[in-house]
Write a protein that binds this ligand. Structure first.
Ligand code: ADP
Ligand code: MG
Length: 256
């Protein structure tokens, strides 16, 4: 049975998509069956897995509107070794189209339930907002992985996200928990970053993942080749860290 995780943080540019595609590739590399769900209309995780968002016959949009199943709409990202339920601009319309529908925040959950035997991990890349799309992600998930940069305002944004997760937990999805905070784009030479990193540890204890993802230019270059860093350059520091993170996730789910 698949364990389902949202990669969420309502801030943009914090490394959600980079985390989603590289964790997916890392998990695939260590033999896990993975489905990546792109819930962002920008389709960056789709393109970053080598799947052309403009050429999708079916996407997560069709799944949310119940005109396709996950099995029908997911495609194999061949070089990456995982499946992708892709997204493109069409998905932006779903936000409005879902409003009048029954169980509108549980559409993705219902669809994923039918596919949960086919995968060990489902990773959902969320858009940078607390929208109906993100809500569909949170309602489907067992846990939330929160990528964050160790910067001054990082903790502030976290409060909103944690409150949203608490509300979803209380009202819609009792399974939901913050599985962990992942420090990304980390540069230990910057004093402020190591201070914030220490603060995070003090405050959140073992909710902070042991693995730290360094700032690494290879991770930033990889999307222009339509690949996760882990596939594009397996020996890069950032790629090695993401494979470590995949192993840490496998360990964590054993305790869930
Ligand atoms: P989000 O999905 O939260 O908007 P992205 O994953 O797209 O964030 O990352 C934002 C930018 O930062 C991208 O250009 C990405 O390539 C870059 N980036 C992400 N993680 C790293 C890293 N560890 N090192 C260097 N660049 C990174
Ligand atoms: Mg993104």
């Amino acid at each position: 049975m698949a364990k389902i995780f949202c990669i969420a943080n309502q801030k943009g540019g914090v490394g959600k998509t980079t985390t989603t595609v590289n964790l997916a590739a890392g998990l695939a590399k260590i033999g896990q069956r993975v489905l990546l769900v792109d819930l962002d209309p920008q389709g960056n995780a789709t393109m970053g897995s080598g799947v052309d968002k403009r050429a999708l016959e079916l996407s997560v949009y069709d799944v949310l509107l119940e005109s396709a199943s996950v099995k029908e709409a997911a495609v194999l990202a061949e070089q990456c070794g995982y499946h992708v339920l892709g997204a493109n601009r069409e998905l932006a319309g779903a936000e409005v189209e879902l409003v009048p529908l029954a169980q509108r925040e549980k559409r993705l959950k219902t669809a994923l339930t039918a596919a949960e035997k086919d995968y060990d991990f489902v990773l959902i890349d969320c858009p940078p907002s607390l929208s109906m799309l993100t809500l569909n992600g949170l309602c489907s998930a067992h846990g939330v992985v929160v990528p964050m940069q160790c910067e001054y305002f990082a903790l502030e944004g976290l409060t909103d996200l944690v409150n949203t997760i608490k509300q979803v937990h209380a009202n819609l999805n009792p399974d939901l928990q913050v599985i962990g905070l992942l420090r990304v784009m980390y540069d230990p030479r910057i004093t402020l970053q190591s201070q914030v990193s220490d603060q995070l540890k003090d405050h959140f204890g073992d909710k902070v993942f042991d693995t730290v993802i360094p700032r690494n230019v290879r991770l930033a270059e990889a999307p222009s080749y339509g690949l996760p860093g882990v596939v594009f350059d397996a020996s890069a520091k950032g790629s090695v860290a993401f494979v470590e993170f995949a192993k840490e996730m496998v360990k964590r789910i054993k305790k869930m």
